[in-house]
Design a protein around this ligand. Structure first.
Ligand code: XBP
Ligand code: MG
Length: 238
């Protein structure tokens, strides 16, 4: 057994996770490392629209502090001094981006991160309830999980809350509050699994204990208040 695993077992965290009433998963960066696919999808939409925009990794890493693709485009447009984009323009750009994302996922897929499949399987064995609370769209979740978990992926999750289902995106708690409402559960008995500082704040504001699985774009975020921080869910066998 590796040292991380032994330490986690010693802390009793493993039992805490195993006994949680529900596990509420974030999607991007948590279930799979999707942000590079999102970045390529944004650039594909900009190119199709004849915009001379190209988000490299450094730029995208900064823009990722803004949750939501439409909000991210707006933030960049304003930074880039292109205020002429209307709400409809941005919505159209985001629709095109979402189509690119689905095509990229369908053509190459994006595998689940290490340990995610095992956690879902363990939860099912235990009869533990599962939910999703994400900033992205239901279409993007379907594109990703249809490949990663099969066409009946949605049957695994009792509640699936996407970014546009609620008034405010992360770090606001809205998606987590809505997920708890649909599960009819109190926050303290659940566990949220997240990869970003925004996600940690969102779940914490909803009163849910958070396990952080660090992802490529958010490795050095502030994890103050997290129950546990690991590199991968595979570090915790429960
Ligand atoms: C991460 C996000 C999303 C994605 C892009 O969501 O902030 O905006 O980067 O997807 P999560 P959209 O809460 O799952 O980490 O373009 O559909 O917003
Ligand atoms: Mg995330």
């Amino acid at each position: 057994m590796n040292a991380v695993l032994a330490a986690i077992r010693a802390t009793g965290m493993r039992d805490l996770i195993a006994n949680a009433r529900a596990l509420i998963f974030d999607v991007d960066g948590t279930l799979a490392e999707t942000e590079e696919v999102h970045r390529c999808a944004f650039n594909g939409a900009f190119s199709d629209a004849g915009l001379d925009w190209h988000w490299d990794r450094a730029t995208y890493g900064q823009l990722l502090r803004v949750a939501g693709g439409k909000e991210r485009i707006r933030a960049f447009a304003e930074r880039d001094g292109a205020p002429s984009l209307t709400v409809a323009d941005i919505a159209e750009l985001h629709r095109a981006k979402t189509a690119h994302y689905a095509a990229l996922i369908a053509s190459g897929g994006c595998p689940l991160r290490p340990g995610v499949g095992a956690w879902i399987e363990s939860a099912r064995r235990r009869g533990q309830r599962l939910a999703i609370a994400t900033t992205t769209t239901l279409g993007n979740i379907d594109a990703l999980l249809s490949v990663a978990l099969g066409k009946n992926w949605a049957d695994l999750f009792e509640a699936i809350v996407a970014g546009d289902d609620v008034p405010r995106k992360k770090p606001a708690p809205d998606v987590y509050v809505e997920a708890l409402s649909r599960l009819a559960l109190e926050p303290a008995g659940c566990i949220a699994i997240e990869d970003s500082g925004n996600g940690l704040v969102a779940a914490s504001r909803a009163g849910i204990p958070v396990v952080i699985t660090r992802s490529a774009y958010f490795r050095d975020d502030d994890w103050t208040g997290a129950l546990l921080v690991v590199d991968d869910l595979a570090d915790i066998d429960y």
